[in-house]
Design a protein around this ligand. Structure first.
Ligand code: SF4
Length: 126
């Protein structure tokens, strides 16, 4: 996707961003998805999110994009969110980012960060 001109018509740009990128367990994006339903660039937005999620170097896309949660995008045929999450954890680890900061940046559970890092070390040792 080359042009991001569609973003000029994004309805979310005029709303509370916390609705689209909620913090904490459950990450409920139901209010955001209702806003997305009336957005004229919903299709472009959803395609853009899946494009970014297909490139693990961008890491996991957090929040509602194109009227869908990350789980819904994955179910619709996007790349494995688990794989993208794990790649993002390992990429940040390789850059010297600590597990607490990784947890905060990616919005994933601290114990998940530790588990992914431990699993990678076991694979390297094998
Ligand atoms: S579809 Fe939703 S997230 Fe995407 S630009 Fe529109 S309002 Fe924003």
């Amino acid at each position: 996707m080359k042009s991001l001109d569609w973003m000029a018509d994004a309805v979310c740009a005029q709303t509370d961003p916390d609705l689209f990128f909620p913090e904490g367990a459950g990450q409920n994006t139901n209010k955001a998805k209702k806003i997305c339903a009336a957005c004229p660039v919903r299709i472009e937005c959803g395609k853009h999110a899946q494009h970014l999620e297909g490139d693990v170097s961008h890491g996991l896309r957090h929040g509602a994009w194109g009227g869908q949660s990350p789980t819904q995008r994955a179910a619709a045929g996007g790349p494995s969110l688990t794989a993208a999450r794990d790649e993002a954890i390992l990429r940040l680890t390789a850059h010297g980012v600590g597990p607490g900061d990784i947890s905060g940046q990616l919005g994933v559970n601290y114990r998940t960060v530790l588990r992914v890092r431990a699993g990678d070390r076991q694979e390297e040792a094998a």
